[in-house]
Design a protein around this ligand. Structure first.
Ligand code: NAP
Length: 561
């Protein structure tokens, strides 16, 4: 009997393709999963309704999932101590795993993964994490503040969920959607996501952490750096773990690709299709800078696609060929003598990968302005990722610094979210594409031309204004605001390249020929590291060329001729 022939779409909340995919995923469920939704009429009704429909649909897709709705207040809510509306609990009699706010957008993924792990009674933690968890002998409450469009958030939520499964009754994991939990968000002064609060503020951490670091900080309620300084935890620094599916153990490979943005993923596809044994190592999550781009409008075949969605499609494709290890940063590389066929050894926290060739696709990271207040108020009003943190500023005022494609794309995205946005640019014309400049004008987004930021001022807790200077007449002004987004370009991540003695050009990018070979034999480069146009399409082109050059050289080493 087919579920999809019998039922009409109007009976369902989830679209048919999503239901099909979930039905397949749920084939693997083992133990029953009990979803309990708590909602208070009049509070976040729209989100409670969404969650109720979502939960009811999941229960219709498999008999392994049950769904019940309770009011706040009610006996059951009092019994579990649930007060936030909506709150979705997974098997609340066995675990403390709660989603405060609808599991929308990116959090849909961590919610479904949580269902799978709860059903399989599997915590999914690495061996290293489990041994680091050993000393925990007290209860912990872990609250991960998230937004629906933050690509880093589900990773951090899963760390919390996994530890809650590993230590039921001891670790309480809560994923807190900040917009639907304004009071809690304000209380903890959350200014960027993911932001993790341990034991109601005993310790907190910004951003997505490697799993082992998360565990250590949760156990000791201190940063890994503090613990290292105290000499309590030798060897914790830089601990990384591979997550995700399709991973391999460290060992000899033909090719290591460092970086899982568009360049690295494409190189992986081409290398494996050419017959090379390859692996992609990524210190953070797949997708690179594109994952943080609200909308991409110049990738052929997609007129308008969120950057994260595009990279999800691309990584799904790449993983069909090549293992992609997220959360596995490269610690060092030693280049053996190619004339004697000595390998290039890539070392990570998990082990060594002796390889015949390496492709550097480490991309670029945000540039900072380096002005007073920028560090102090980072995550407390100073932001670098509009798609992650834009939601926090709905109905509030922010400035965007910069006049490039990123600044204008972010400004349009924020305006669209209902944020009052002003662009601050140091010149009198934009660097960005004309189509973006036209959209900014059409949307009536104010621009302060010829203006630089001298400092970010605040009240000690959060940023409250910018001190500005007009470069033409030196006039100084103050712009009151709730937040500021930096969009002043990228800094190429050349550290590994430099450590291998790879030649850089005068602009600080890796020098490469059209074949993507660098000055060091068997080392290739692709993507933003090469400078130039820095577009997704160029990164992809370079990734394919680098992989084919590596393949050619492994078969016919030019340095031996
Ligand atoms: P970008 O193109 O380098 O632009 C950086 C902007 O920040 C420029 O307007 C620059 O001003 C300004 N700036 C730099 N340093 C500054 C400072 N110290 N103080 C004040 N302003 C400063 O960087 P991006 O916009 O992040 O883009 C990076 C690359 O990604 C580009 O190749 C871009 O085309 C690409 N990208 C493309 C898209 C798209 O095609 N949809 C979207 C995003 C990014 P000046 O103009 O005065 O130099």
């Amino acid at each position: 009997m087919s579920l999809f022939k019998k039922d009409k779409q109007e009976d369902w909340f989830l679209p048919e393709d999503v239901r099909k995919q979930l039905t397949e995923t749920f084939q693997a469920l083992k133990e029953p999963v009990h979803l309990e939704l708590f909602a208070q009429p009049g509070v976040n009704d729209e989100f409670s309704d969404y969650t109720a429909k979502f939960g009811a649909d999941l229960a219709r897709l498999t008999d392994k999932i049950t769904f019940k709705r309770f009011d706040i207040p009610s006996d059951r809510a009092a019994e579990l101590g649930v007060t936030a509306s909506p709150t979705l609990c997974l098997n609340p009699d066995d675990f403390h795993i709660r989603f405060l706010g609808a599991p929308l957008g990116e959090e849909g993924k961590s919610f479904i993964t949580s269902i799978m792990l709860v059903s399989l009674r599997m915590n999914g933690l690495s061996e290293a994490s489990l041994s680091l968890l050993d000393p925990l002998d007290e209860e912990r409450l872990v609250q991960v503040f998230v937004s629906p469009s933050c690509p880093y958030c589900p990773g951090q939520v899963m760390h919390a969920v996994k530890t809650a499964i590993a230590r039921p009754g001891q670790v309480k994991a809560e994923c807190v959607e900040m917009n639907e939990n304004r009071e809690l968000t304000e209380k903890h002064n959350i200014g960027s996501v993911p932001h993790t609060i341990f034991d109601s503020g005993a310790h907190d951490a910004l951003g997505l952490m490697p799993e082992e670091r998360f565990v250590v900080e949760m156990v000791y309620l201190k940063s890994a750096e503090e613990l290292l300084d105290e000499g309590k935890l030798p060897g914790v620094e830089g601990l990384q773990t591979a997550t995700g599916y399709g991973t391999i153990e460290p060992g000899a490979v033909d090719l290591v690709i460092i970086g899982a943005g568009p360049a690295g993923l494409t190189a992986g596809i081409y290398a494996v299709r050419a017959g090379l044994k390859a692996v992609v190592l990524e210190k953070s999550i797949v997708g690179g800078q594109v994952s943080l781009t609200p909308v991409v409008e110049n990738y052929p075949g997609f007129t308008n696609v969120p950057g994260k969605q595009l990279m999800d499609i691309m990584s799904e494709h790449a993983r069909q060929y090549v293992p992609v290890h997220e959360g596995e940063g490269v610690e060092s590389i030693t280049v053996g003598d190619p004339a004697r066929d000595e390998p290039i050894v890539i070392t990570t926290a998990r082990g060594e990968y002796p390889a015949k060739a390496v492709i550097l696709a480490t991309g670029a990271s945000y540039r900072k302005l380096g002005i007073p207040g920028e560090e102090t108020y980072f995550g407390r009003g100073v932001n670098y990722c509009a798609s992650c943190d834009g939601y926090l500023y709905k109905g509030k005022s922010v400035a965007i610094i910069g006049g490039g494609n990123t600044a204008l794309t972010d400004a349009l995205h924020l305006k669209n979210l209902g944020v009052n946005v002003t662009i601050v640019h140091r010149r009198d014309e934009f660097r960005a594409q004309k189509s973006l400049a036209d959209s900014v004008e059409r949307e009536g987004i104010p621009v302060l031309w010829n203006t630089v930021v001298e400092s970010i001022e605040g009240d000690g807790r959060k940023a409250t204004s910018l001190k500005l200077r007009n470069v033409k007449d030196d006039a100084q002004t103050e712009l009151p605001l709730d937040g500021v987004f930096m969009a002043i370009g990228q800094k190429a991540a050349t550290e590994l390249a430099k450590s291998m003695g790879v030649k850089l050009n005068a602009d600080g990018y890796v020098e490469a020929g059209p074949d993507m070979r660098t000055s060091v034999p068997r080392v290739y480069v692709a993507g933003d590291l090469t400078g130039g146009l820095q577009q997704i399409v160029t990164a992809i082109g370079e990734g394919s060329v680098a992989a084919m050059s590596a393949f050619e050289d492994i078969s016919h080493p030019y340095w031996k001729e």
